[in-house]
Design a protein around this ligand. Structure first.
Ligand SMILES: Nc1ncnc2c1ncn2[C@@H]1O[C@H](COP(=O)(O)OP(=O)(O)O)[C@@H](O)[C@H]1O
Ligand SMILES: [Mg+2]
Length: 238
């Protein structure tokens, strides 16, 4: 609530967020849209406890993040959040399956505990037949599906995705969005997706528009025609 973020100090300081107040109900698929530099990634990083606001508060399931130690924040991220990024961020030397299991391994859990969940995730993202392939043996869309399975392996309440379709052609991107929606529907997750792609945003239940670090507008499904119009206007302005 009332999130502000200034990157840097003095003459080079950049006000990335300028008083953002948002609430994401459980199970919602929300998109955050805005031009490059509008503060989308900064907001997502703060919501995901990857970065701290200069002022303002973030509350996750009743817990205010500013009151938590770094250790507790790390635990909260591991227990409750899944992250998907534009550049997939897979470990090149590990197989698809090992990449998916990575969050479990990092948490020091026995892989055996996740066998069933791994099969479920491979099935969800349609990569059972490619489980032993390394990232460089997979297409961009397949790599992003591995990244999504990795984000979901520990069944997070919240999935934070920063331009998840940014590096994919539109058809592959649509497949990735379907996957996120299906996961949200199946597991009741809250999805917060940052994008500047109007087609990606139009698949969400709700679209929040950011400009210069402020929320300037908000639309809800099924106002998609309106959303697309607004984006065209934004694009022609920028
Ligand atoms: N680590 C950083 N240090 C300094 N400035 C930053 C940093 N991260 C982002 N910014 C600046 O903050 C503003 C918002 O950036 P960002 O949140 O990445 O926007 P978006 O994701 O919408 O493109 C931009 O002006 C950007 O240059
Ligand atoms: Mg960004």
């Amino acid at each position: 609530m009332d999130l502000k973020k200034v990157h840097g100090e003095g003459s080079t300081a950049v006000r990335a967020l300028d008083g953002v107040s948002l609430r994401f109900p459980g199970g919602e698929f929300a998109a955050i849209m805005g031009q490059s530099g509008s503060g989308k990634s900064t907001l997502l990083h703060i919501l995901g406890a990857l970065d701290k606001p200069t002022s303002g508060t973030v509350t996750v399931g009743g817990t205010e993040l500013s009151g938590l130690s770094d250790r507790k924040l790390t635990l909260l991220r591991r227990e409750r959040m899944g992250f998907v990024f534009q550049f997939f961020n897979l470990i090149p030397t590990l197989s698809a399956e090992e990449n998916i299991l990575l969050p479990a391994l990092i948490s020091g859990e026995k892989v055996g505990r996740h066998t069933r969940r791994l099969e479920e995730m491979l099935d969800l993202v349609g990569l059972t037949a490619r489980r032993n392939h390394r990232p460089d043996e997979l297409s961009g869309g397949e790599q992003q599906r591995v990244a999504i399975a990795r984000a979901l392996i520990r069944n997070p309440d919240i999935v934070l995705a920063d331009e998840p379709t940014g590096n994919l052609d539109s058809k592959t991107g649509a497949g990735v969005l379907d996957l996120l929606k299906e996961s949200a529907a199946r597991y009741g997750q809250t999805i917060i997706m940052v994008t500047h792609d109007p087609r990606a945003a139009a698949t969400a239940d709700r679209v929040v528009f950011l400009a210069d670090g402020r929320v300037v507008d908000e639309t809800r499904s099924p106002e998609h025609d309106e959303i697309l119009e607004r984006i065209k206007t934004l694009e022609s302005a920028g």
